[in-house]
Design a protein around this ligand. Structure first.
Ligand code: AMP
Ligand code: ZN
Length: 112
């Protein structure tokens, strides 16, 4: 399988790891859109939010616990945004589930 984030998780492609545990890896986005732009992903390959199954429930919970910890560690006490792009219409480019953790300045634009 050809998945850039699986390669990153294996350590075959370099990345800046900001957090890692048994379930989760978090790296700095290569093309940051905010002062803090971290990608939080499961170590298990799940292609998108649409492919999450019941057996992934614990893993998904671990992702959000990791995101909260990272936000605290990176000083985002004023808030942050978590975004997931799922599928073509949402512009998902990497087909390995990941959540964009964004913060570090006031965010004006809101979609919802
Ligand atoms: P999405 O469009 O939601 O699928 O987001 C994919 C994100 O992955 C983009 O923000 C890219 O900048 C980021 N990205 C792609 N390749 C890498 C990489 N090798 N290391 C870190 N971030 C990456
Ligand atoms: Zn993958």
């Amino acid at each position: 399988m050809d998945c850039i984030f699986c390669e990153i998780i294996k350590g075959d492609i370099p990345s800046t790891t900001v957090y890692e545990d048994e379930w989760v890896k978090a790296i700095n986005d290569l093309n940051p859109q905010m002062p803090v732009h971290v990608l939080v992903m499961p170590k298990k390959h799940i292609a998108s939010a649409n492919e999450i199954t019941e057996e992934d429930a614990e893993t998904i919970g671990k992702i959000f616990l990791a995101a909260k910890k990272i936000a605290g560690d990176l000083g985002l006490e004023n808030g942050y945004r978590i975004i997931n792009n799922c599928g073509e219409d949402a512009g998902q480019t990497v087909k390995h589930l990941h959540f964009h953790l964004l913060g570090g300045r006031t965010m004006g634009e809101k979609i919802i």
